[in-house]
Ligand binder design. Structure first.
Ligand SMILES: Cc1ncc(COP(=O)(O)O)c(C=O)c1O
Length: 382
């Protein structure tokens, strides 16, 4: 059996998405800036895609700017605001549990003379509103807090955070790459100023994303050129990507999210019932991302577990895929208080709308068998 449980890293492109991409690649291939019919037809598709994505988060289409993915959207939000508002202040607030697309961008800005506060989180990965309020100064221009964490699935309270930012007259950005389509997002009701999303986490193609920028918020572009995307993001539009991204948004339903939640809980319960010393990282229930399970297996090396699971056809990751190539323990797991050895024994299982009950049950059985075998030979177990 082959079971793909690494959907936090990337997802299979949906058949419906592949079809529209094929059409854009081979038939509707014009440059949307061209004035002839080929150009106009491609442009019409972009207009529709922008509307679809805007509607999903209750934004206006003119507030959606297509980028090359979540990383670019995060960079554009953070650097774009920093450069636009540096005369007002040079302080940015973020958290210790951001994706590197945010944390490394902030580290870069620190080298350029900005000050960054990295808020700590509690043992389930939630920030403290009190700490956030205390961190905001007259010099603060931006607060950026990840909506749903990519490693442990913690969903932050967007409304409470943004209300605080509004009260203090500070812009609020969120990285919603993992939460988009899995957690309802309403940028108006939630008072969000900027929001990053990405196509390949939701059965869309890789290399496409978007940044929502509330009307009136100034952002200095990172790329200069042909002035596409309202002069915010130059470069010929990735029309197959854009149209595929919108199709992915169209096909995901509440039923998919409900099913992922049920299977997520089946996996958590199944592992915890059959394996001792298996601790769930992150919260349970509705404050956890629908498709995320992260478990620390005591006395076990995450890497060996990953390779043994792979041998049984089950694809998972240790920490986030991006940090899993480094030997240092995941900063997110350390931030929620795990000891380095427990962080090293953590596995992330991420489901998708295509995950089945049979796959989950097979995974539980495989995990049980592998953990038993690895613990027998574990030097960590005295
Ligand atoms: C929370 C989060 N932000 C940003 C990104 C980067 O997105 P992309 O791969 O589209 O650049 C990822 C991808 O892993 C992510 O999980």
């Amino acid at each position: 059996m082959k079971v793909y449980l690494d959907n936090g890293a990337t997802t299979q492109v949906a058949k419906e998405v592949a079809e529209v991409i094929d059409n854009m690649l081979t038939k509707n291939f014009g440059n949307p800036s061209s004035l002839h019919q080929f150009g106009e037809e491609a442009n019409e598709e972009i207009v529709k895609a922008r509307e679809t994505i805007a509607k999903k988060i209750n934004a206006n289409p003119s507030e959606i700017f297509f980028t090359s993915g979540g990383t670019e959207s995060d960079n554009l939000a953070i650097k774009g605001i920093a450069y636009a508002y540096m005369d007002k202040g040079k302080h940015i607030i973020t958290t210790e549990i951001e994706h590197p697309a945010i944390s490394k961008t902030c580290e870069h800005l620190e080298k350029c003379g900005f000050n960054v506060t990295y808020l700590s989180v509690d043992k389930e990965g939630f920030i403290s509103l009190e700490k956030l309020e205390n961190a905001i100064t007259d010099d603060t221009i931006l607060v950026s807090i990840i909506h749903a964490n990519n490693e442990i699935g913690t969903i932050q309270d967007m409304k409470a955070i943004s209300q605080l930012c509004k009260k203090k007259d500070v812009l609020f950005h969120t990285d919603a790459v993992q939460s988009f389509t899995k957690v309802p997002i309403d940028v108006k009701a939630m008072n969000i100023d900027l929001l990053s999303i990405s196509g390949h986490k939701i059965h869309g193609p890789k290399g496409i994303g978007a940044l929502f920028i509330r009307k009136g918020v100034k952002v200095i572009p990172l790329l200069h050129g042909g002035d596409q995307e309202g002069k915010i993001r130059s470069g010929t539009e990735n029309t197959p990507g854009i149209v595929g991204f919108a199709k992915a948004v169209e096909i995901i339903s509440e039923k998919d999210v409900k099913q992922m939640k049920e299977l997520r809980d089946r996996l958590i319960d199944g592992i915890q019932k059959s394996v001792v010393d298996a601790k769930l990282n992150g919260p349970k229930g509705d404050k956890r991302l629908a498709n995320n399970v992260n478990i620390s297996f005591k006395y076990i090396e995450g890497e060996s577990m990953l390779y043994h699971l792979d041998g049984k056809g089950v694809a998972v990751s240790t920490g986030s895929a991006c940090s899993s190539q480094s030997l240092s323990p995941s900063p997110v797991l350390i931030s929620i208080g795990l000891k380095p050895e427990d962080a090293h024994g953590s596995i992330r299982f991420t489901l998708s709308r295509y995950t089945t009950k049979e796959e989950i049950d097979y995974t539980i059985d495989s995990v049980k068998e592998i953990v038993e075998n690895l613990r027998k030979i574990s030097p960590l177990k005295k």
